[in-house]
Unconditional design. Structure first.
Length: 208
């Protein structure tokens, strides 16, 4: 029995292989509605879950407020919180995006991968584009709400190509429909390991 407990403890304490960002399921196996950031231990909800099709008849700002209201206990997004600019920056960096540049060569692959995970809300003429509203308002006097975009632009000539993370102010006249950027914090692996190790130790003592 001691050898079994030691082996289980070894598996729990072994370092995890980091994938930075990866797909996870939310409601049902295989739905792939979450993107897991294993650097900051956060799960990000796919943009499509907050699109107008799920909240019909509302303006973008009304939809944002309705989505946030659904993060309360009992809501469909319970446990999630709306993201701020600082949250998105560290998320993009975990995905391998250089947030200081829109250089196409530097960011194309990592940005494309993240867009595929989060879901795109772009028409073909906009290339690959993922847009979402944030929990921050612009300076007084500027209408709209802060938004983020992950973009892979492949126009010609090459000098007009760009990829990466950007920020702007979303207004009702914009051509794209934004999602709402939500994430939830999950327990630190160290906390889970400590709890599991303590449980194994207690079980081992009881058996002895």
């Amino acid at each position: 029995m001691k050898s079994k407990c030691w082996f289980l403890s070894f598996l729990l304490l072994a370092p995890a292989v980091h994938a930075a960002v990866s797909e996870r399921d939310w409601k049902t196996p295989g739905d792939g509605l979450l993107t897991f950031d294993d650097v900051n231990n956060r799960e990000w909800l796919d943009f499509e879950e907050t699109f107008p099709s799920n909240f019909p008849g509302l303006s973008s700002e009304q939809r944002y407020q309705e989505v946030v209201a659904e993060t309360a206990p009992g809501g469909i997004f319970e446990g999630f919180v709306p993201a701020r600019i600082s949250d998105v920056i560290v998320f993009a960096q975990s995905a391998g995006i250089d947030t200081t540049t829109l250089d196409f060569t530097t960011n194309e692959a990592s940005t494309q991968h993240l867009i595929e995970l989060l879901g795109t809300n772009s028409a073909p003429q906009f290339n690959q584009f993922a847009l979402a509203l944030l929990d921050e308002l612009p300076n007084a006097g500027t209408p709209g709400r802060h938004s983020i975009f992950f973009r892979v632009l492949r126009q010609s000539p090459p000098s007009s190509q760009e990829a990466g993370l950007g920020f702007g102010v979303f207004t009702t006249g914009d051509r794209l429909t934004p999602g709402v950027m939500l994430y939830r914090q999950i327990p630190e692996p160290s906390t889970v390991i400590l709890f599991a190790s303590t449980t194994l130790s207690v079980l081992g003592m009881r058996r002895r």
